[in-house]
Design a protein around this ligand. Structure first.
Ligand code: URA
Length: 431
């Protein structure tokens, strides 16, 4: 087999066989295929696309390029959830204890992220003592015992994806549905999921800006999952504005606790119930999403989900008393209000701008080496559709410096106003 022939075949819009796809992925991962040939191949995929069958084969070739986590020692269906990323997305912190409270094993492998705020692990580390440095054996024991554990990314998962993603980044080939879908799904499958619930975000603050693109990505990922024997469901959710009110690590933990207490922001609460219901159905604990939703509402109302969260924190060295006293979370020195200069209604909040403002405060990493400040961030007071008077506070900045002019300007620029109340936007879109 020759790489040049495979490039030409894809360039001409033909279908690649399993052997050809493996040749490309294995050869590129082990260094036999050079960057220039892989770049040409990726561009051919970008223009010609891939069938769902080819995309599933590409996904499995990337899964097999490295280690795969074996969760077979854990009883029950291991359902994972993945979000394509947004601003203020605290759903994992809520969903994990929520579905675990129904006896569903949550064996989550999470990362520290680059971006507006930290990843799930950074957020959890806002709880004093909490750590994810546990062996694979301990991880499996904890899940069997408590039905929930989170471990940091370890081992050599999907090295092909890491190498290909870096090349896509510099060859203008990131935005290709088969490449994105296989990249995301390969990581979930290598991490051992039996079933997967996907939250594909759409809007100004999301990777997918258009609904049609989000639908295409969601359907491509569902097809991959189902073709490779992992039951997969997807939700498309709105990211025209940040989810919930808090953007920042400790601030999001506080919001997650409030949501587990049934006192969270309406959009975050609803999205967790929608995603959670699908997870419960995939785990085989309910026959319908309606039944699953009632079960989830019950464990929020009777305090069981919150209890599971406390037990989970404690099992991994964290101080569970933060749940009853959130002032034990890292606190920023200054709280600086951002006031509206206009009266009317909020008609838009550019989620990305709020995310970048939080990152400027230190809530997220600009590079892998950056240190995160877990205490800082932004809490919005007004969301789309809310009435506002000039001089009223639209947000509070939590900061460890008083020099936040840049952050204030970004937040103010992120907000749009209208004279009339805008019509409500859906939180969830049909697939
Ligand atoms: N996220 C991923 O993990 N991969 C992509 O290709 C795009 C977003």
């Amino acid at each position: 087999m020759r790489m040049v022939d495979i490039i030409a075949k894809k360039r001409d819009g033909k279908h690649l066989s399993k052997e050809e796809i493996h040749f490309v992925i294995d050869g590129y991962t082990n260094g036999q295929i050079p960057d220039y040939q892989m770049s040409a191949f990726l561009m051919a995929v970008f223009f010609q696309g891939m069938s769902s069958n080819e995309t599933a084969k590409l996904t499995m070739a990337m899964v097999k390029s490295g280690d795969q986590i074996d969760l077979s020692g854990i009883e029950g269906v291991k359902v994972d959830k993945h979000s394509t990323g947004g601003v203020g997305d605290t759903t994992t912190l809520i969903l994990a204890p929520l579905v675990s409270a129904l006896g569903i094993p949550v064996a989550k492998m999470s990362g520290r992220g680059l971006g507006h705020t930290g990843g799930t692990i950074d957020k959890l580390e806002a709880v004093q003592g909490f750590h994810v440095e546990i062996s694979e054996q301990q991880f499996i024991e904890l899940v069997n015992q408590n039905k929930i554990a989170v471990v940091g990314q370890s081992g050599n998962l999907t090295p092909a994806d890491k190498k290909i993603y870096s090349l896509r980044d510099v060859t203008a080939t990131v935005n290709s549905i088969p490449l994105i879908a296989s990249s995301i799904m390969s990581k979930k499958i290598a991490a051992g999921a039996d079933a997967i619930v996907l939250d594909v975000k759409v809007g100004a603050g999301a990777f997918m800006k258009q609904l049609d693109d989000a639908r295409e990505l969601a359907n491509a990922m569902v097809e991959i999952g189902n073709q490779v024997g992992r039951k997969t469901l997807a939700v498309i959710s709105n990211m025209e504005q940040p989810l919930g009110y808090a953007v920042g690590n400790a601030l999001e933990v506080k919001e997650a606790i409030e949501t587990l207490q049934g006192k969270g922001p309406a959009d975050l609460h609803e999205l967790c119930l929608v995603l959670g219901s699908k997870m419960v159905v995939l785990a085989g604990k309910a026959n319908s999403e309606e039944e699953a939703r009632t079960m989830l509402e019950e464990v929020i109302a009777n305090g069981k989900a919150l209890q599971v969260f406390k037990q989970f924190l404690s099992a991994q060295g964290g101080d569970p008393s933060v749940v009853d006293d959130v002032t034990k979370l890292p606190q920023a020195t200054y709280q600086i209000p951002v006031n509206s200069t206009e009266s009317g209604y909020i008609s838009g909040i550019v989620a990305d701008e709020i995310g970048v403002a939080a990152m400027l405060l230190g809530a997220g990493r600009a590079t892998k080496e950056s240190e995160i400040d877990l205490s800082v961030g932004i809490v919005l007071h007004k969301k789309i559709g809310d009435a506002v008077e000039a001089g009223e506070s639209i947000a509070t900045i939590y900061s460890n410096t008083e020099e936040v002019d840049d952050v204030i300007n970004r937040i103010m620029k992120a907000y749009d106003y209208s004279k009339d109340k805008p019509s409500p936007m859906p939180l969830i879109y049909n697939l």
